[in-house]
Design a protein around this ligand. Sequence first.
Ligand SMILES: [Zn+2]
Length: 228
Amino acid sequence: MLDELLHLFYPRVCTGCHSLLASGERDICAACFASFDAFADADAAGYAVREVFRRNYPKINGLQEVWSLYRFHKNDRLQQVVHAMKYEGVHRLGKFFGSRLAEMISGCGAGEEFSCIVPVPLHRLKVVERTYNQSEVIARAAAAILQKEVRVDLVIRRKYTRPQAGLSPRERRSNVRDAFMPSGDAALEDILLVDDILTTGSTAAAVIQALKAAGAGNISLATIALAA
Ligand SMILES: [Zn+2]
């Protein structure tokens, strides 16, 4: 009731296309949803993500399992939505995508094996700038469903990097070089790393290195979308 009254005075619009939301729709309209390029299944997503690492970071081994929900295309509606999640502080979207990821993971019969979930850290100044770390929101939503602990103490971002968007693969690599450092003891931890969007894999690869340096055992990766 209150919700409907609020909608009268503050009409809710879709974060993807800014059209008015129908009742029952939340944050994203049905048309935008239908336009998202979802992977056919977890296997197809896993294969596509592994291919990125095979191509760009063949030395990163030990990536146990990988999951992704969508393919991300420049200027599509998913990009609008992800942008809103990252920069406009639309918290609920992060929760929504985190839950979807957890459903995909448990649908594969996985999740039990993780000892903790680790979001890709943001530099503390960026957290101030954006008010929250979107990967952490995604990770916490997934963790609530998978009933796992979120650890933000195992790796920290020590370098304030410029955004990866618009950079070449080589620039991306040097931008995040030494950006992360281990800050806790991850010995024997079986970790699920959560990243929002995977492009060349340079950020995830840098975090994986730091986690390995902290003694982590197996590392799996979950990301909302693969930009390709
Ligand atoms: Zn829409």
